[in-house]
Design a protein around this ligand. Sequence first.
Ligand code: PMP
Length: 363
Amino acid sequence: MSRTYNFCAGPAMLPAAVMEQAQKEFINWNNTGVSVMELSHRSKDYMAVATAAEQDLRDLLAIPDNYKVIFSQGGGRGQFAAVPLNILGDKNQADYLLTGQWSKSAVVEGKKYCQVNESSILMPSTYGMVAVKPASQWQVSSKDTAYVHYCPNETIEGIEINDIPETGDIPLVADMSSNILSKPLDISKFGIVYAGAQKNIGPSGLGVVIVRDDLLDKARQETPSIFNYKLMAENDSMFNTPPTYSWYLAGLVFKWLKAQGGLTAIAEINAEKAKLLYDYVDSSDFYGNNVAAGNRSKMNVPFTLASSELDTAFLQQSQEANLMALKGHRIVGGMRASIYNAMPIEGVKALIGFMEKFERAQR
Ligand code: PMP
């Protein structure tokens, strides 16, 4: 059976090589006679898996020594609550920059814990195009703000922010659920970077938190222990039983990424894939995308057809052509092709080939 190209925004496709390796060692990992998911998380064997995964992630992102890496539970949304609980400290307000649905969802959760200063950083729409203001124009609302939160890649709208704002002494917190590991990143600019795993890391449910160690002493007393960064870091993310199999799979993905040449190499491939698709959309008057060139996401490419009445036929025929999950998010409609690290360039070419054929058939 040939593998379907899966354009789902998450859970997303994982590299075929990783899936094959996981299958090969599924019931007998490393000659232990058991699956890695049946190993005690405290065993020497499993600890080696966990430690290697962390080290590989550190190598890929060049994470400085003064940052802890936490493998957490509760995916991306878990961190919407964990961030305020952990780093508000004695402050009672935080800034949230808005660019779309996910940054808004973080606000809804943040409001349970503090006063949220919301501000949109989108430019007024010019000719219907969506663009983000340059980071030099983003403002921190007050010196009493505990942190600034933003979402550098809005998965639903396909908006990516490449600028990293300067927030001085105020920690910058980034929800990188949908673009972590897609390109090199200067971690030292952030207080916290977090991500749900199901796009570029591994199976859903797992989350990764990279937190600067001076932020570890600020947790509110009522913070649940499993979300307490300090406690988790002190216990190597094993305060409770971690999602061991997901962590193992994440480790395989990190090794795969290293074998691809690391983040500089994958960023080049990601840029090439995104360019192919956006160029095609722009060259056609049948398909459209309304995000300004500088803010187009390299991971999530939303596009519309000439008429939304054609959506159902497009989805049905693309599915028949082994191109899966192209339906856009229900909030924005249209189509969306998520092309994370594991999507091979052949998948993008197959999609473009299908789009050409579909367009021709409408003439
Ligand atoms: N943030 C972003 C940017 C996301 O794309 C998602 C999931 N699509 C989430 C947060 C929520 O992640 P989870 O479902 O793992 O809680």
